[in-house]
Design a protein. Structure first.
Length: 260
C-alpha cells in the first residue's frame, strides 16, 4: 500500500541531499541549452564536480523548437562528431550541412550529460553572484517561481571555483556582473557589448573565438559568448553551440587542473 507522506518524504529528503551535496562545487553552469549540456558532460566526465542550473522546467534551451517551431536543426561537418558521440542520427542535406531531429538531440545530450555525472537543478534562477576580491566565487540562487511572482524571498548560495554562463542571448550572469560589480569585463569596451543581427557564417566562427573568460572566474559559452563580446547571432544552426560548450569545458578544466 502506498503512503502519500512517505512519497513526500522521499522527494524532500533526496532533493535536499542532492542540493546539500552541491553547495560547494568545481563548476557551476548556468543555462541548460546545448552549449551548457555539452560543457557539463565534458567536465563531469573529466571528474570535476559540476552542476547545471536551469531557470525553466525543461532542459534544452532553444534547440527544442528547431527553426520557427519546425523541430529539425542543422550542424556543420566539424560539429557532427559531438552528436555522434551521444548517438544522435544525422543526415546529410548538402555537402557540409547535416540535419538532426531537435527532440532527439536534446534528449540525447541531456541523458549523456547526466550519465557522465552532471547534476541538473531545473526551475532555479541565478539572481546574483558571490564576489571576492573582484572574482566570482559562486552564485546566488532562488526558485524561478519566486522571481516570476515578484516575491520578496531571500535567496541561497552556491560556491563554485568557476562559472560558465550558457544562458544564450540574455547572458544573465555576465549582465549581473556588468550591472552590479565595480570592475570591467574582458571585452573591448569593458562592458557588456550586446549581440548583432543574424549572420550565420561569422556568428558560428565568432562563437568559438568568444568562448573565453569574460570576468575572473566566469567563462561564456554558446550564444552568450557572442552577446557578451558583441558578435552576430546564427539562427538554427547549432554546430557553434556544441563546439563552444566543448571549448568552455576544456578551458575551465585546464584552469582547474593547474590549481588556478
Amino acid at each position: 500500500m502506498l503512503d502519500e507522506v512517505i512519497i513526500t518524504k522521499a522527494i524532500i529528503n533526496r532533493y535536499l541531499e542532492k542540493l546539500d551535496d552541491h553547495l560547494e562545487i568545481d563548476v557551476a553552469i548556468v543555462g541548460g541549452g546545448p552549449a551548457g549540456l555539452v560543457a557539463g558532460r565534458h567536465l563531469a566526465r573529466a571528474g570535476f564536480k559540476t552542476a547545471l542550473f536551469e531557470r525553466k522546467l525543461s532542459i534544452g534551451g532553444g534547440m527544442w523548437g528547431g527553426g520557427m517551431m519546425m523541430n529539425e536543426i542543422v550542424v556543420q561537418e566539424e560539429a557532427r562528431r559531438l552528436l555522434d558521440e551521444v548517438g544522435v542520427a544525422t543526415r546529410e542535406f548538402q555537402p557540409g550541412y547535416y540535419t538532426a531531429g531537435s527532440v532527439e538531440c536534446v534528449s540525447a545530450l541531456t541523458f549523456a550529460a547526466v550519465k557522465a555525472g552532471l547534476t541538473v537543478f531545473n526551475l532555479i534562477s541565478v539572481e546574483d553572484v558571490m564576489l571576492r576580491d573582484q572574482r566570482v566565487v559562486g552564485l546566488v540562487i532562488n526558485w524561478t517561481a519566486v522571481e516570476m511572482g515578484g516575491l520578496h524571498v531571500d535567496p541561497l548560495t552556491i560556491r563554485a571555483k568557476y562559472t560558465i554562463d550558457a544562458t544564450g542571448h540574455a547572458a544573465e550572469v555576465v549582465n549581473v556582473i556588468a550591472r552590479k560589480v565595480d570592475a570591467e569585463l574582458n571585452t573591448k569596451t569593458g562592458k557588456f557589448v550586446g549581440e548583432r543581427s543574424l549572420w550565420a557564417e561569422k556568428a558560428e566562427n565568432h562563437t568559438l573565438d568568444n568562448t573565453r573568460e569574460a570576468f575572473p572566474g566566469v567563462y561564456t559559452a554558446g550564444m552568450c559568448s557572442n552577446a557578451t563580446f558583441g558578435s552576430y547571432r546564427m539562427g538554427p544552426v547549432f554546430g557553434g553551440m556544441l563546439l563552444s560548450g566543448e571549448k568552455a569545458a576544456q578551458l575551465v578544466g585546464e584552469r582547474l587542473r593547474a590549481g588556478d
